[in-house]
Ligand binder design. Sequence first.
Ligand code: 4NP
Length: 163
Amino acid sequence: MLAEKSLKILIVCLGNICRSPTAHGVLSKMIISKNLEGAIEIDSAGTGSWHLGQNPDFRSTRAASSRGYDISKLTARQITDTDFSEFDYLLAMDKSNLSDLNKLCPERYKHKLELFLRFGSTGELSVPDPYYDESSGFEVVFDLIEDACEKFLEYVIEKHKLG
Ligand code: 4NP
């Protein structure tokens, strides 16, 4: 029997070294803990190309590690044209990322684009860019992302009858 197609989620930020790899790592671990590997696939990408092939920023890796997530092996890549057809959800970390995605995305796939924090419970819509911030910014980023990851998974499990 053919395996059912898994749900494919792409998390997008600017550099793919801080926010989107954080969400990538958090969602991946939550999916394993819910035995949903095979049902949901996670990837992340940046709209920019400055950090291609690099591992996440050490401040993100450190914040992740302190909360029990290992994101150190992820590598940055840039969004491609085929991502818009391949993925079921393309979730932007902030309004600027969403605006950039809207410019690149063919009209027929625009329903796949959304702000990641729309799924969260904090009322915030954009995960602040922590790159030029002091390290406390990375904890705020993590709080917002962890909340949205939990709520997003609840949403897709219910909507797509997973698990
Ligand atoms: P990210 O953060 O979009 O969360 O990965 C950034 C990383 C790098 C740069 C900007 C934001 N940069 O300008 O190089």
